[in-house]
Design a protein around this ligand. Structure first.
Ligand code: XIL
Length: 405
């Protein structure tokens, strides 16, 4: 389709040159400035879904109508920021509360948006009855196994046929500094809930339960610090996940994709677009799709940044734009990278404004592509420019992923 269109434009241009013997004004082919086009429209050119995390409560917040306006107009894919997490859906054992998850699904439907389901198995935001029950011994290990199966089956079944990609397992793998530079499945008291109480087979089982409940959804493993490959050795988280996914596929586990969250901070070195492109292409070699699932780029809130000092702001926002750009270009470079999702889009409501990401609550912030008053930041136009100005041969259609049987 895309190919035919460009051939046609080429033919028209050649005919015009022949008749009038003037060079075709190629630039006029794009009528509108990219700044005046939506991210989703610009993404279409690559068949790339551009997504955001959505906070359901803010969709009806009359003090900031811009939130709903931008969420519905700029993005072709959405992820529930919290509404589908276990603690939200089953606050009391055995009693589901689908209110927010259903409202989120309705928003996506009303706006013709694809949905990334998030998240089925994670050690965070579990209901208190589950974690307390396990600690107290009132929920036994065999019961934990039954409960996980029921949770996945019930949630996936409820939205069967409406979810494009499910984050089935999230953040199961350690960081090098946590486990003495040897990456492994998390099995510590704080983050090893599933490993310790279900057993190491929880990952394979989770994918199987999800596939049984919705044969058409693409099933993803999702994690952070997966932006690029590192040393290739024991301390390389991407390498660990690569081997894990390869082994799972070899065993017939229905895993269709790997999500790179993409939570970056301008205080770190980070990776360039070529390293990130290599990451996507290497995973594609395993037969899985990839996605950037939670992109945002925060900055260490120095006194100068807190005081809105223009030197500090310029440095931070330029570094931020470059990092967003590397994440997007890396994805554009692989035809198997299906979507690019930001984790919220404004500095007022970004989770970084309140979360302790290593420097105290809100100590690393300003991570979004719009500022706290919904004014576009340099990062937004950089993403738009990347989508708009990328030229042949790098305008690549996505290759659809088929769910693994
Ligand atoms: C975050 C939400 O943005 C916050 O509102 C919530 O308090 C904590 O979780 N990785 C993930 C996301 O997979 O689910 C997290 O979302 C951010 C990190």
């Amino acid at each position: 389709m895309k190919l035919r269109r460009s051939i046609l434009i080429g033919a028209v241009a050649a005919a015009t040159v022949g008749a009038l013997t003037v060079a075709p004004a190629v630039a006029t082919l794009t009528a509108k400035s990219p700044a005046d086009q939506s991210l989703k429209a610009l993404g279409q050119r690559h068949d790339l879904a551009i997504g955001t995390a959505v906070n359901v409560d803010l969709l009806s917040d009359s003090t900031q109508p811009q939130y709903k306006e931008i969420a519905s107009s700029q993005f072709s894919s959405v992820t529930a920021e919290n509404a589908m997490k276990w603690e939200s859906i089953e606050p009391t054992k055995g009693t589901y509360d689908w209110t927010k998850a259903d409202a989120f699904m309705k928003f996506a439907k009303d706006n013709h948006q694809l949905v990334r389901g998030h998240v089925l198995v994670w050690h965070n935001q579990l209901p208190k009855w589950l974690t307390d029950g396990v600690t107290a011994g009132t929920i036994t290990k065999p019961q934990v196994r039954e409960l996980l199966k029921k949770h996945i089956t019930d949630v996936v079944s409820r939205y069967k046929g409406q979810i494009w990609q499910w984050d089935v397992v999230n953040e199961a793998v350690s960081d090098p500094w946590e486990t003495n530079n040897v990456i492994k499945l998390r099995d510590d008291a704080a983050k090893g809930f599933w490993y310790n109480n279900y057993g190491p087979d929880y990952i394979a089982d989770a994918f199987k339960f999800a596939r049984a409940a919705d044969p058409k959804a693409l099933l993803f493993y999702n994690d952070y610090n997966l932006d690029a490959f590192g040393s290739g050795g024991a301390d390389d988280k991407s390498q660990f996940v690569y081997t894990m996914v390869k082994d799972l596929r070899a065993k017939g586990v229905p895993i269709d994709g790997v999500g790179s969250q993409g939570h970056l901070s301008t205080r770190y070195g980070n990776f360039d677009a070529i390293q990130i492109a290599d990451w996507h292409n290497k995973f594609a070699g395993l037969g899985v799709a990839t996605a950037v699932t939670e992109a945002d780029v925060r900055s260490l809130m120095t006194d100068a940044l807190k005081a809105n000092n223009s030197d500090a702001i310029n440095e931070a926002f330029q570094a931020q734009a470059a990092n967003y750009s590397a994440l997007l270009q890396g994805c554009l470079a692989s035809r198997h990278c299906l979507s690019f999702t930001v984790w919220g889009f404004d500095d007022k409501n970004s989770w970084t404004a309140t979360t302790d990401l290593g420097s105290g609550p809100g100590g690393e912030a300003l991570a979004a592509i719009y500022d706290a008053t919904y004014k576009p930041k340099r990062a937004l136009n950089t993403l738009k420019a990347d989508l708009a100005y990328t030229g042949a041969p790098y305008v690549l259609d996505r290759i659809p992923q088929r769910p693994r049987r």
